[in-house]
Ligand binder design. Structure first.
Ligand SMILES: [Zn+2]
Length: 193
């Protein structure tokens, strides 16, 4: 339990239901059983219900407690991606809940994926992003397709779409991470003198 993030899915949570959404009125939403600690943590997968709670209420991905603006971080390289809007502009979309700084640092040591990426957490700004729901099947949700009613949109996940200012911060963080990583790789292949 110690090292599994709050929003990680557990093997004992393998059942799903579909019901009316309170976060996205007028839609149905997918909910997953709540039994954190039951069975084994599935590190690649997130619990659909806790993930949505984290995204909507800005709860910490690692500990599940609320984040405040002064202590709200994301991993700009490992999380999310650029979304192309109708006018061709691109904005950063994040599909992982934010984290407290201390929790982010703890996660970067405990999580094998983050350990490999090796990046500094980026502090969020005043821009909390626009909450956008998704009704398409994203990786990890293939198993629930058969549960979904036909011809009705069901909210399966959501993300936050950020404005120009925070998008620019994320792009700058990604650029400097790339530079540091390339320098590190270049040093590694240099023959000993
Ligand atoms: Zn936390």
């Amino acid at each position: 339990m110690e090292s599994a993030p709050w929003s990680a899915a557990w093997s004992g949570e393998a059942s799903f239901t579909v019901g009316p959404s309170t976060d996205f009125p007028g839609f149905l939403e997918l909910n997953q059983a709540q039994a954190p600690g039951k069975g084994e943590p599935l590190f690649g997968a997130m619990n659909a219900t806790r993930l949505r709670r984290g995204m909507v209420d800005l709860l910490c991905h690692v500990c599940g407690r609320p984040t405040v603006r002064q202590d709200r971080y994301i991993f700009p390289v490992a999380s999310g991606g650029l979304v192309t809007l109708l006018d061709g502009s691109q904005q950063y979309g994040c599909n992982v809940p934010p984290m407290h700084r201390a929790c982010a640092l703890r996660a970067s040591h405990a999580c094998p994926h983050l350990g490999k990426v090796s990046e500094a957490p980026l502090r969020c700004t005043r821009d909390e992003g626009r909450l956008i729901h998704r009704t398409d099947i994203t990786p990890g949700l293939e198993g629930v397709v058969h549960l979904l009613p036909k011809g009705v949109d069901v909210v399966l996940s959501c993300y936050r779409l950020y404005g120009d200012e925070f998008t620019a911060k994320v792009l700058a963080a990604r650029e400097s991470w790339e530079k540091v990583t390339m320098d590190r790789r270049a040093r590694r292949v240099r023959p000993p003198s």
